[in-house]
Design a protein around this ligand. Structure first.
Ligand SMILES: NC(=O)c1ccc[n+]([C@@H]2O[C@H](COP(=O)([O-])OP(=O)(O)OC[C@H]3O[C@@H](n4cnc5c(N)ncnc54)[C@H](O)[C@@H]3O)[C@@H](O)[C@H]2O)c1
Length: 270
């Protein structure tokens, strides 16, 4: 089944561009992969979940130039192999979307060191590893490149019971600003996107874990309460986030770097 995700204004806007998206087996990443395909890009979906092959195969059967690659972004060897494949297949890269992310919700005194570190390892350090490996390929394109990092509303304000996640998302914003300054010399732009609520597997977990700590919530009640507090009164669709990323990747955004853009229906306004 083909579902159109991106706005038609991006049709062919990224024709010929080569894009790697991490965490693309499911959820937001899978939606982003389809949207980049719709904009004419070739897309490499990377994920530690071997289901990424099936997600990519579905896109390919829908007519997109899509490939799946199993890689854990916290593993340096996996990251090297992923970008080795990109190099041999495409000879360069135009856009890296560091979308892979994890969240853990727990009381402080129940949170182990391993649990805390595992969140930083994916959300912040993983993006460092992939960006470091991608930069030579982005540089070789000759026309600059784009790095887009998944932050969150939790890069604006830490939510309760998620100190590691908040630290990781504030961290990715700081890292992106630093890299935006260093990589500007190569015309590589680095920006973050900050979604509010997107109804993915991650939010099923959030609803259950926050729900049982914050009150006597039945499944789905907490998320609906939080959505009710969003000025635009709805959760984001993957398309909402995708359209922002297509714009930031396009030639219309060549003067934007070092920014973190909220895409949350007005949940946060700074
Ligand atoms: N869903 C939301 O409401 C929301 C809000 C704000 C930010 N975000 C961010 O958006 C991104 C995508 O979130 P989602 O809701 O689609 O999550 P999700 O849990 O549905 O999907 C995350 C994907 O990342 C992959 N992944 C996790 N660790 C990995 C690793 N080490 N290496 C490779 N792949 C790995 C998973 O296998 C999965 O396919 C995350 O960075 C998340 O923090 C999501």
């Amino acid at each position: 089944m083909t579902t159109t995700l991106s706005s038609p204004i991006f049709a062919d806007a990224l024709a010929g561009r080569r894009v790697v998206i991490t965490g693309a087996a499911r959820g937001l990443g899978a939606g982003l992969a389809r949207a980049f395909g719709e904009a004419g890009a070739s897309v490499m979906l990377a994920d530690r979940d071997s289901g990424v092959a099936e997600t990519a195969a579905q896109l390919a059967s829908d007519g997109f130039d899509a490939y799946g690659y199993r890689a854990d972004i916290t593993d340096e060897d996996d990251v090297a192999a992923l970008f080795g494949q990109v190099s041999s297949q495409w000879g360069g890269l135009d856009v890296l979307v560091n979308n892979a992310g994890v969240i853990r919700i727990n009381d402080l005194e129940e949170t182990t060191l391993d649990e805390f570190v595992s969140v930083l390892q994916v959300n912040t350090i993983g993006a460092f590893l992939t960006t470091r490996a991608a930069v030579p390929l982005l540089r070789s394109s000759g026309r600059g490149g784009v790095v887009l990092n998944a932050a969150s509303g939790q890069a604006r304000q830490g939510f309760i019971y998620t100190p590691a996640y908040a630290a990781s998302k504030f961290g990715i914003v700081g890292m992106s600003q630093s890299l935006a300054k260093e990589l500007a010399a190569d015309n590589i732009r680095v920006n973050c996107y900050c979604p509010g609520i997107v109804k993915t597997d991650m939010w099923q977990y959030n609803d259950a874990e926050w729900g049982k700590r914050l009150g006597d919530y039945k499944p789905g009640e907490l998320i609906e309460e939080w959505i009710g507090g969003i000025p635009l009164k709805r959760a984001a669709e993957p398309a909402d986030v995708a359209n922002l990323l297509l714009f930031l990747s396009s030639d219309a955004a060549t003067y934007i770097t070092g920014q973190a853009v909220n895409i949350d229906g007005g949940m946060f306004m700074s």
